[in-house]
Design a protein around this ligand. Structure first.
Ligand code: AMP
Length: 935
């Protein structure tokens, strides 16, 4: 069939295409980039046979055969003058293609002019065998989007250079989607990358530069030597971010969340977010916020405000963030996902994330890859992030490309999701504004990530006390002589007559005046309107604040029925069905409830109350240990059914996602979500508890200290499977000791529930109690199916999470000689052994919340044993791990005066657990015996 199509086309083509070579070359172009040939060519080539699953090369050879066959027709192979013209025509199209692919490599991107880039031969006329004689000849320009079909070669060549080798280096030919490529081509080629901004916009840009420069100079003069991580050199960031917000607002965005590290942060706070300059000066002067326990340095501070745009006010939030570069990005994206959910928006049109990266960090930090990978997934997508790289070409003191990365650009990582990358020379603020607008439009059209690489420099050292000449002598000699961006733009505008020198002076003086008065400098700043989420109900509570714990057995039965019901045609796997059948038995009182059912009942109760739940984690839908089965997979057609989504019409949303295989990116995302949404229950679950290791930065820098540093509450729950069951060093411990070591200032809760009723009421407490503090849970593995780890409906309906559980067997307290204190799974080992041995002089007390330590509850329990002198803390973790070292002072405080406290457990160990099941079993038996043997 294709032969006929080709033949017809050859017969009817307006080009003299009777040369096989010519057609082949066109086809080569088409294979490289379908958009590089005209619509007619594309139509022909699109009709050629497609062989599924084979490489382009194979397809190509198919077509070569076809062309060879066509060429057998001798009449068609006469080489004429027209053929030669056609050959040149092909070269011209190849030239266009070369600029699209590689123009950015010869673009004028470095303001300092220090980049040494190879000349790209494919961008020269000679490479394409085009010469001076051809310059005045007209050629068809194919799909080059200049609004005309034909152009003289000379004119075309300069259009290509303007478009692709000016201040913008558009890198997008790695995108496979033809529509996206054509869209980008249209945007740049139609104006040859030269925006025609109105005088108003130009003044807006200039004001941004005056502000960026003015603030830094002011701070430099008033607080010499103080660290401020000056933006100077990358001044265009300020007008750029403002342009993005304006554009986003015009397109209907309601919220923009920005994440950035130190560089330029103070400038963005004052000149974009509208923080009062006087407040910043107070911070430089050492003013302390009395509401915070710890506080933070000024260049970590966040801020919230509204910003007026032609499309209405946009709410802005700059995320608080620690020094660890890049980790704030998933936090920001998670925060945006929460806001989108609040707006009931699933396409990203109501909230936009902007992440600002450093050039070394974006290439160096793995979390960047994680967020790119998350960007289009069900659980984490937000309709695209605008990522800006403040590329000052040096990371602290490391500038050589061969030291910082293995790729040509620092932005190459973005190609993994085929994000377009717009490199831009920061000394050309109009080009910067152009790519800002195109980035917003692209993101809002295609709902995907887009990158702007703002190529700039850093006027001072890493901070202002640093001496950059020591390590970057040539660069800094150049910088010293290089005019500031504000001056360059003033020169350009005054030369063009767009602004007068008087006006410039007036703008500069008026900005300076605002700083002198400690005023706000952002015209677009508006006070925050009544915000869509209210945190006040969660502020300033003690742990013991009363909350509505009540749940009746009837209610539980009703909920239980709903979560064990699924459509008859939904065929469950036999093992899953068995578990659901068991749940029905538990519901009917034939069995006590197990962990999975009790946990699921908690979720049912919470959504039934109208609260949304979001659970993500590795294998969370099913549960790593096959216990949850929140998502039911139909064995016949692989469709899914989620009973928790079908509780009632008015219920809250229940969302559960199997996470991408990441910890740090995902946990940071959920932290961002939870700090933006107090009304949802947000849970992250690790496949095994030790996986949280990979997210330690999120735990250290956000989860455990965000409230104390920044006053940002967070109700995130972390479920971390923990327990010594002979599974070796890495899957035994969730590293409880690390969490306990981070506990202070009532910053978070560390719980180790041991019964289904406890997990039920712990999850409910976290959601219903009007307090938002992180909850870290050591969740069980073998207890999920342990015959003793079961609860009655009545125990669930008790409604209380018991921070301490006293002895449950019928043991006379007055005869007790030893009290064992413990947490977690080891309790059942002790209980079983004691029962086996018929021991009645040892009581076992479970501490189910290790932090905040439940002193009041312990006092009540220990009162019964105040005659006992022998207290033992028993744990299955090695002595240097688990709760022994970090919580010992609490245990001592709990026991009666004069009593002794000793340790029963594994000896200190470098590794969390042994690798041999038999050694594990011996150790476990020994520590149980040790705890139960009174000498
Ligand atoms: P945002 O939407 O993040 O700009 O927040 C708007 C306002 O809500 C902030 O200025 C705070 O007063 C409050 N707020 C936001 N997040 C939190 C949080 N995690 N904890 C306490 N208050 C918050």
């Amino acid at each position: 069939m294709h032969e006929g199509v080709m033949q017809n086309w050859l017969d009817s083509s307006h080009l003299s295409a009777n040369s096989m070579v010519y057609v082949e070359q066109m086809y080569e172009l088409f294979l490289d980039d379908p958009t590089s040939v005209s619509d007619e060519w594309r139509e022909i080539f699109d009709h050629l046979p497609k062989v599924e699953g084979v490489s382009v090369e194979t397809k190509h050879s198919d077509v070569r055969d076809l062309f060879a066959q066509l060429a057998k027709n001798k009449d068609r192979m006469v080489v004429s003058g027209a053929d030669q013209a056609d050959a040149k025509q092909v070269k011209v199209l190849q030239l266009i293609n070369a600029f699209r692919f590689r123009g950015h490599q010869n673009a004028n991107l470095d303001p300092l002019g220090l980049w040494q880039r190879e000349i790209v031969r494919e961008l020269s006329l000679a490479h394409h065998e085009l010469d001076d004689e051809d310059m005045s000849r007209e050629f068809n320009v194919g799909s080059f989007a200049v609004g005309q079909d034909k152009m003289q070669l000379g004119e075309l060549y300069s259009a290509l250079q303007n478009t692709y080798c000016g201040s913008v280096g558009a890198e997008y030919m790695h995108i496979t989607d033809t529509d996206e490529k054509r869209w980008i081509q249209q945007r740049f080629e139609s104006i040859q990358s030269q925006p025609a901004f109105s005088t108003d916009i130009k003044k807006r840009i200039l004001k941004g530069l005056i502000a960026a420069d003015g603030l830094e100079k002011y701070l430099g003069a008033k607080f010499p030597g103080a660290k401020r991580f000056s933006l100077e050199g990358g001044d265009a960031l300020v007008p750029m971010v403002k342009e993005i917000i304006h554009r986003a607002g015009e397109q209907g965005q309601k919220e923009v969340v920005i994440g950035m590290a130190h560089r330029g942060r103070l400038n963005v706070l004052v000149n974009v977010l509208g923080k009062k300059s006087g407040e910043l000066f107070d911070e430089f002067g050492g003013k302390v916020d009395p509401s915070l326990t710890a506080g933070d340095v000024k260049y970590h501070q966040g801020f919230s405000s509204d910003f007026a745009t032609a499309g209405g006010n946009v709410h802005l939030a700059l995320a608080f963030n620690p020094s660890h570069l890049e980790i704030v990005n998933p936090v920001v994206i998670g925060s945006v996902r929460a806001r989108l959910d609040r707006h009931n928006c699933d396409n990203g049109s109501k909230a936009l994330p902007i992440t600002v990266h450093g050039d070394s960090a974006i290439a160096g930090q793995g979390v960047v890859q994680e967020t790119f990978n998350m960007s289009q997934t069900r659980g984490y997508k937000v309709g695209g992030t605008i990522r800006i790289v403040v590329n000052n070409q040096v990371g602290f003191t490391t500038s050589k490309q061969e030291d910082t990365r293995s790729t040509e650009y620092c932005t190459d990582i973005a190609k993994m999701v085929q994000a377009p990358i717009f490199h831009v020379n920061a000394d050309d603020p109009e080009a910067v504004a152009l790519v800002s607008q195109i980035a917003v439009d692209y993101r809002n059209t295609f709902r995907r990530d887009v990158v702007i690489d703002l190529v700039c420099y850093r006027r001072h050292g890493h901070n202002e006390a640093d001496e950059p000449n020591a390590t970057q002598p040539i660069m800094y000699q150049k910088i010293k002589k290089h005019p500031v961006p504000r001056q360059l733009y003033i020169d350009r505008l005054t030369k063009d007559g767009a602004i007068s020198a008087d006006e410039v002076k007036q703008l500069t003086d008026s900005y300076r005046g605002l700083l002198d008065q400690g005023e706000r400098t952002v015209e677009e700043w508006r006070p925050m309107e009544a915000h869509s989420v209210d945190w006040t109900p969660y502020l300033n509570h003690d742990w013991d604040i009363a909350y509505d714990k009540a749940v009746s057995v009837e209610k539980l039965k009703d909920l239980g029925k709903k979560i064990t019901t699924y459509p008859a045609e939904h065929k469950l796997h036999s093992r899953v069905k068995k578990q659901y059948d068991e749940r029905v038995k538990m519901l009917n009182g034939e069995k006590l409830l197990d962990w999975g059912f009790a946990e699921t009942l908690a979720y049912a109760d919470i959504v039934e109350r109208g609260t949304d739940i979001r659970i993500t984690g590795q294998d969370s839908g099913r549960g790593t240990f096959f216990h949850r089965h929140a998502v039911l997979h139909n064995q016949e057609d692989a469709s899914t059914y989620v009973p928790l989504e079908n509780i009632s019409k008015e219920q809250g949303k229940f969302e559960i996602y199997d996470a991408v295989l990441s910890e740090v990116g995902v946990l940071a995302f959920e932290y961002g979500y939870a700090t933006a949404e107090p009304d949802s229950l947000v849970i992250w679950e690790a496949q095994f508890g030790d996986f949280a290791n990979v997210a330690q930065v999120v735990i250290d820098q956000f989860i455990c200290s965000g409230e104390q540093k920044w006053g940002r509450l967070c109700g995130l729950t972390m479920l971390l499977p923990h327990g010594y069951e002979g599974q070796g060093p890495e899957h035994s411990s969730a590293r409880m000791e690390r969490f306990l070591q981070l506990c202070a200032d009532h910053n978070m809760q560390v719980c180790v529930p041991t019964t289904p009723a406890q997990v039920f009421n712990m999850i409910r407490r976290q959601s219903i109690r009007p307090m938002r503090r992180p909850l870290v849970v050591m969740t069980p593995k073998s207890l999920l199916r342990h015959p003793l780890a079961v609860s009655s409906m009545e125990e669930l309906a008790d409604g209380t999470y018991h921070n301490v559980i006293d002895e449950i067997d019928d043991i006379d307290a007055s005869k007790v000689k030893r009290v064992i204190l413990c947490s977690g799974k080891v309790y059942y080992d002790l209980l079983e052994q004691r029962r086996k041995d018929n021991q009645t002089d040892i009581a076992i007390v479970r501490i189910e919340q290790l932090y905040p330590f439940p002193h009041a509850e312990m006092d009540v329990v220990v009162e019964k044993y105040k005659h006992v002198k022998d207290f033992i803390w028993c744990q299955e973790e090695p002595q240097n791990q688990g709760a022994w070292y970090c919580s010992q002072h609490h245990f001592w405080k709990s026991i009666p005066n004069g009593a002794n406290l000793t340790y029963a457990g594994r000896k200190a160990s470098a590794s969390p657990a042994v690798g041999y099941a038999s050694v594990h079993a011996k150790e476990q038996q020994a520590l149980v015996n040790d705890a139960l043997t009174i000498k």
